[in-house]
Design a protein around this ligand. Structure first.
Ligand code: ARG
Length: 459
């Protein structure tokens, strides 16, 4: 039975019904709708719309329904009702008859859906925060395992300066920490309760909205009924958090796909996150990482779709807003699955320290050290930069590294070079020099790992 119909002479076309119904996807709000309804029944009792006896019967039936829904959530999707709110009311009528028809007193589907959806988003944000914390833990563990392993660092995909592999790991820990803080912030901001805002103007019953909000685990009640039913910022924020986090995961994927390539050979991904080729027996493809990279587009698609849907929507509720759900219901489990998969990839990584070291030693990535050496001898950096450029050209011409040039060759470019030049060109020296806060020296990375572990224990 529809929740409306009195003012209509005919029912909806089948095609329109299919177009209009949201139950095929908003059945996922069943638990939240029932929990919200239990709270609303309590509020109605307090304002004497429901007697104690009626309240008891309704709440018992709602809890019964909650058990049924939890046992078989999919069954709800096919009941033929217009949306989850209609479904719950119809199911309640089946259980307690006409009494169920009192439950919608003073309430609108507009404040109802806004409340249900916020509850869903809040719970989902909590799950994702847990998963992000676990992923961060995996990066920290890898950093500890590979604390002193040397990795070539790149800019423009050209070898730039050597890094510690652990420094690479801790870079992603920084990103995840920001993702967590953004999500926690969005979660706190969405935690206000629209229930009792009515269709748009507020409810005409003297409901204690603050108590209602706190009872549902919200921080407080929303303060403006018109905004409360029209606002979907929480959906936009969640999708924005998801998009930014997915960008990080896709950059991680890209780094690792490259490190795992035959050409680089820096790491080997575990068998449990890779797949083979139907034709080429030798292949072991980084599918998990490629899918994370690919799904980033899908999550961002949901974010931009939501922004476009809301653009220029007049206040208050418009049916356009029903389009807020499918994208989010797809994006959130996708995001969660990608976080879990990223964790599995990081967990099984085997680093080939010989290959990373050899690559870091090549590519003249100690050239900056040479310029700094000249600076220490009193030559202005810009001039030193030029001198080293000439030496790099010389090394390239003879197919060697900078440290393979003879002292005579160094001195042929500038007489200030002495035997001590070779010590600064050693790869360990390049790493050791990065002692300022946030640098890649072992000391700095060790502090970063220690701090991250401490924070991890606190949160
Ligand atoms: N299914 C609707 C949605 O998801 C519920 C709210 C309907 N409100 C209304 N006035 N038609 O947005």
């Amino acid at each position: 039975m529809a929740l409306w119909g009195g003012r209509f002479s005919t029912g909806p076309d089948e095609a329109f019904k299919q177009f209009n119904d949201s139950l095929p996807f908003d059945y996922q709000l069943a638990e939240q709708d029932i929990v919200g309804s239990v709270a609303w029944a309590g509020a109605l009792k307090q304002v004497d719309v429901l007697s104690s006896d009626e309240h008891k019967k309704l709440v018992a039936a709602l809890y019964e329904l909650l058990d049924e829904v939890k046992a078989d959530p999919q069954a709800v999707a096919t009941s033929g009702a217009e949306d989850i709110h209609s479904h719950v009311e119809a199911a309640l009528i089946e259980k307690v008859g006409d009494l169920a028809k009192k439950l919608h007193t003073g309430r609108s589907r507009n404040d109802q859906v806004a409340t249900d959806f916020r509850l869903w988003c809040r719970d989902t944000a909590a799950h994702i925060l847990t998963a992000l914390g676990q992923l961060k833990g995996e990066f920290i563990a890898l950093a500890e395992r590979e604390l002193g392993t040397i990795l070539p660092g790149y800019t423009h995909l050209q070898r730039a300066q050597p890094l510690l592999f652990s420094h690479w790991c801790m870079a992603y820990v920084e990103m995840i920490e920001r993702d967590e803080s953004r999500l926690a912030d969005a979660k706190a901001r969405m935690n206000f309760c629209p229930l009792g805002s009515g269709a748009l103007a507020g409810t005409a019953y003297p409901i204690d909205r603050q108590a209602l909000a706190v009872g549902l685990g919200f921080t407080a009640a929303t303060k403006n009924s018109l905004d409360a039913v029209s606002d979907r910022d929480f959906v936009v924020e969640l999708l924005s958090c998801a998009s930014i986090s997915m960008i990080h995961l896709s950059r991680m994927s890209e780094d690792l796909i490259f490190y795992n390539s035959g050409e680089a050979g820096f790491i080997e991904l575990a068998d449990n996150v890779t797949s083979g080729s139907s034709l080429m027996p030798q292949k072991k493809n980084p599918d998990a990482l490629e899918l994370i990279r690919g799904k980033t587009g899908r999550v961002f698609g949901a974010f931009s779709a939501m922004m476009m849907t809301l653009k220029a929507l007049p206040l208050a509720y418009n049916k356009d807003m029903q389009e807020d759900k499918e994208g989010l219901f797809d994006a959130m489990p996708t995001w969660l699955a990608c976080i879990h998969m990223a964790q599995a990839c990081i967990k099984g990584i085997k680093v080939n320290g010989d290959r990373t070291l050899a690559a870091a030693k090549g590519g003249h990535s100690n050239a900056t050290e040479l310029a700094d050496y000249l600076v220490a001898k009193g030559i202005p950096f810009r001039e030193g930069h030029h001198i080293v450029g000439v030496l790099v050209q010389m090394a390239i011409a003879q197919g060697n590294n900078l440290e393979d040039l003879s002292l005579e060759q160094f001195q042929s470019v500038h007489s200030i070079f002495a035997q001590d030049v070779y010590a600064v060109l050693e790869i360990d020296a390049c790493i050791k020099a990065r002692q300022a806060l946030g640098g890649t020296s072992l000391e700095q990375v060790t502090v970063a790992v220690k701090d991250a572990k401490k924070k991890q224990q606190i949160t």
